[in-house]
Ligand binder design. Sequence first.
Ligand code: NZQ
Ligand code: ZN
Length: 378
Amino acid sequence: MDNFKVYNPTCLIFGKDVAQNIGKKALEFGSRVLLVYGKGSVLKNGAYAAVTESLKAQGITVTEYSGIKSNPVYEDVDAAAALAREVHADAVIAVGGGSVIDSAKVISLTAKANHSSWDFISDTRKPSASLPLLCVLTMAATGSEMNPYAVIQNDKTRQKIGYGHPLMYPRYSFLDPSYTLSVPYNYTSYGITDVIVHSLEAYFGKGDCDLSDRIATAIIKECMHKGQMLLSDLNNYDLRADIMLASTLGLNGTTFYGKSYGDWGVHNIGHELSLLYDIPHGASLSIALPSWLRLQASRIPDKINKLGKDLFDVSDVESTVNGFINFFKATGTPVKLSELTGAFNRAEILQQFTVNKVSGSCHTLSREDYEFLLDNML
Ligand code: NZQ
Ligand code: ZN
């Protein structure tokens, strides 16, 4: 087992109607908030109404920044941070999925700075302060609601970078599964894939810890079992709650006990695909995972076979890969780029992987590996 540290200050509040208490919690930080959301789903699923009513009931002044796009960009973060400074916001409130929460995390840092958010993401400047962040999650997927990470995109430099800092832990996260009832079939499926792959990034990370590996596979089994039930019954509150809980546990640190760090190779491949072709995050992962596993077949066969035995009761790598492929096909998420519409250019992807040095932290990837991955993904 590797040495490890546990720190997670986020107060998670889970269940029906919990977001109605956000006003009281926000008041702990002051009477002016910046409310951040995406392209409008929260106006339809009740989350926006519950949050704004609760804030107004406490006399809190609300300034809004909306329009955050999926696979969010730093320009929105900079504009929202400038607005937060202008209105002297005391806190930032995110209502939405991972893209909104990630943006709000970096807005909370940038509001306290006098330069672009990209300086933080590209690691050229270090943050020293942040506005308190409160989140209302409307989509089960990223785990952003209880972790210190954000993934932000820069189309000019062609980078989508995952950034982490303890100042970005949300102070409060409100998780009402009711708000996820409106997530359509495809994004529900992408979210389930994301949770599975977060668990795998920990499983294939640095450090041997059987208990953490069993926690990771328990989360994957929950996603596969309850996820398939949910996809045939999208209005089922209890199944939405099960997947929401799995998504938080998938990336709030629980699966990393006994590990120094995760691998993140599959995510790093997926981020480049999302950047180039605006592919939803979960879909990029279901495309990347089978090829990554095949690439590792001769390098870490025992670790993959242990996974295959536990998840699918099989004892070789190819059957394990097929177990994942069958699940992804059954849940309608792609396993090849060719299943998506778009002109995918092999040379462009290869160039992108090379320039951004796509790799994992434990299982490094070479130029020859990129060729292998592309042979399998296209
Ligand atoms: O923009 P709106 O209108 O809100 O629509 C969103 C968006 O179109 C919609 N949606 C969200 N909640 C909904 C809903 N539609 C109907 N009903 C609801 N209740 O769903 C679409 C996708 O939303 P988005 O926030 O982009 O999805 P997700 O939560 O999967 O977040 C993806 C982003 O998170 C990053 C990804 O790279 C990607 O940029 N990640 C963040 C991580 C983290 N912070 O720890 C880790 C992850 O591995 C991931 O990389
Ligand atoms: Zn992810």
